[in-house]
Design a protein around this ligand. Structure first.
Ligand code: HEC
Ligand code: HEC
Ligand code: HEC
Ligand code: HEC
Ligand code: HEC
Ligand code: HEC
Ligand code: HEC
Length: 332
């Protein structure tokens, strides 16, 4: 492709949509932060960054956060720089410093908030942070000259080489953890992010072509039908399950913990039940967990049970349930 034409396309569409949080400051700055927007509310601790740089005026970029610094020297023939950095939960500040011959020529600051559904202290971000979306046709135009923005999945067919997924180029970090969810690690991203489900997301409908429903359980139960039937049949269901927030405990993509739960089991339980635990300790509740180091799920199920407090079924009952979940005989 003709590099000049490519550049022109890029420049033409830059003014549209994404990335113009403070247009005046950026109009004169040699470095434009195309992504991310200021005051973005994020759910992941990896942040994608795209900069457009006037390499006549800048020869080095430094990205500073409280977690450290990332430096890169620029190649005069490249106008766009794409990278990613790590953030921590809660408030983060990103400082983009542009240098020429070791002299600071511009400095731009962005603030973000990484929220967590399980830690009380990160559950309620300050109102100035807002969910922001990227995938609209207008925003994607600025990337098209170098990235294929189309969906190249064949429904239900796993990628043999996941790097061939168009989504992979920009989102490769999302499945980089020990325990991965089958549809995500096979890069069948649009089996969940299929756009249609956006109709069930009233708060953000129309903001992105890859929305998921809110609450998310509808989506999960489309594939996990047996769980739906089983859990519905129980008398006691855990509140976050019943309200459809599977993603409070599970990361839909991958995590360092089995069943891709977001944190070790007891941290997940205690994230929401801190006060209960304290109360249990102080008032001598009959929860035996208060005085042992056992996993909460040694006695409780996280989902639903026919016993109060979601206590696990007795072993004979458990055997019965297993038959319900996996009706081997019915299948053969
Ligand atoms: C001039 C070409 C070009 C343009 C325009 C461009 N990119 Fe990139 N991008 C690249 C290249 C090349 C890579 C591979 C990373 C590397 O090795 O430097 C990349 C990598 C990325 C990554 C992965 C970064 C990482 O380290 O994980 C993201 C995210 C990304 N691009 C987003 C975008 C978005 C969003 C746009 C549009 C706003 C965009 N890019 C526009 C060339 C471009
Ligand atoms: C050119 C890079 C690029 C490509 C290719 C890309 N994405 Fe993204 N995507 C981004 C950026 C940048 C964001 C903004 C938030 C972030 O950094 O995670 C984003 C955000 C998202 C979001 C959050 C909702 C939104 O609109 O902000 C979803 C879901 C998503 N991408 C799914 C996909 C899927 C599925 C594919 C493949 C069909 C894909 N992406 C391809 C760069 C890309
Ligand atoms: C099993 C369903 C499922 C699959 C498969 C899936 N996702 Fe998601 N994704 C979700 C849900 C649900 C959310 C909403 C936030 C959450 O629960 O973490 C989400 C959120 C996201 C986000 C936004 C994170 C944020 O900051 O809010 C991105 C980006 C994303 N997914 C990309 C992808 C990519 C790329 C793939 C393919 C590898 C993929 N997803 C596969 C269910 C899925
Ligand atoms: C497109 C189909 C699909 C969707 C949608 C889906 N899953 Fe899955 N899920 C699978 C497959 C396939 C497996 C691996 C086979 C299995 O163990 O059932 C799996 C496995 C799992 C497992 C591990 C089960 C085990 O025994 O190892 C969990 C946990 C899980 N999914 C949770 C979820 C949650 C939460 C959602 C909603 C955000 C969801 N799934 C949505 C297809 C799906
Ligand atoms: C309160 C946290 C929590 C919520 C909410 C939650 N899960 Fe789980 N889930 C877990 C934990 C913890 C495990 C691992 C259980 C174990 O190892 O015994 C698990 C295991 C699973 C499994 C595999 C084992 C099984 O029972 O089949 C599936 C599938 C699953 N969850 C799907 C879902 C779906 C779908 C939802 C939403 C409707 C959901 N989960 C909501 C915490 C949760
Ligand atoms: C996302 C928040 C959340 C997480 C995570 C969570 N719970 Fe809950 N849990 C609730 C809510 C809300 C209720 C219902 C209100 C209440 O009783 O506090 C509840 C109720 C319960 C109850 C019944 C309490 C009663 O008095 O009836 C038990 C037992 C319980 N949870 C155990 C657990 C265990 C074990 C885990 C970890 C696997 C866990 N919870 C994780 C939010 C959560
Ligand atoms: C050794 C088994 C066992 C373990 C481990 C255990 N529990 Fe319990 N838990 C129980 C029993 C039994 C009850 C019912 C007490 C009753 O009958 O009043 C209970 C009750 C509860 C209740 C409801 C009582 C209340 O105070 O409102 C909560 C919440 C709870 N457990 C949370 C947890 C959490 C969180 C963990 C992990 C830190 C945990 N449990 C570990 C056996 C256990």
């Amino acid at each position: 492709m003709n590099p000049l034409g490519l550049m022109m396309t890029v420049i033409l569409f830059l003014g549209m949509g994404w990335g113009h949080a403070s247009a005046e400051e950026e109009a004169t700055a040699p470095t434009t932060i195309v992504i991310p927007q200021d005051k973005a509310l994020l759910h992941e601790t990896t942040l994608n960054i795209v900069l457009k740089i006037d390499t006549k005026r800048v020869d080095q970029i430094q990205l500073w956060t409280s977690l450290g610094r990332k430096t890169f020297d620029l190649n005069a023939s490249k106008a766009y720089y794409c990278t990613s950095i790590s953030l921590r939960l809660g408030e983060n500040r990103l400082d983009v410093r542009s240098y020429k011959n070791n002299v600071l020529v511009s400095e731009q600051v962005r603030h973000f908030y990484v929220t967590s559904p399980i830690y009380q202290e990160f559950k309620y971000p300050p109102a100035k942070y807002q969910r922001q979306f990227f995938h609209t046709d207008a925003n994607e135009r600025a990337c098209k000259s170098c990235h294929d923005m189309s969906v190249n999945e064949i429904k239900g067919v796993a990628f043999i080489d996941v790097t061939k997924s168009n989504c992979y180029n920009c989102h490769h970090h999302i499945t980089r953890a020990k325990y991965g969810h089958a549809p995500a690690v096979n890069w069948l991203c649009t089996s969940c992010h299929n756009g249609e489900t956006g109709h069930d997301n009233h708060e953000y409908q129309g903001k992105s072509k890859y929305l998921v429903p809110e609450p998310v359980n509808k989506l999960c139960f489309r594939c996990h039908k047996k769980n739906f039937k089983l859990w519905k049949s129980y008398r006691y269901r855990h509140e976050p399950l019943d309200s459809g927030r599977c993603n409070k405990c599970h990361n839909s993509h991958a995590s360092a913990y089995k069943m891709f739960i977001r944190k070790p089991v007891n941290s997940i339980c205690m994230g929401c039940h801190k006060d209960k635990q304290t109360r249990a300790r102080l008032q001598g509740s009959k929860c035996e967990g208060a005085s042992t180091n056992k996993q909460c799920i040694a006695c409780h199920t996280p989902h639903a049970s026919s016993r109060e407090f979601f206590l696990k079924e007795t072993s004979s009952k458990k055997h019965h349930d297993r038959n319900v979940t996996r009706p081997r005989k019915d299948n053969s």
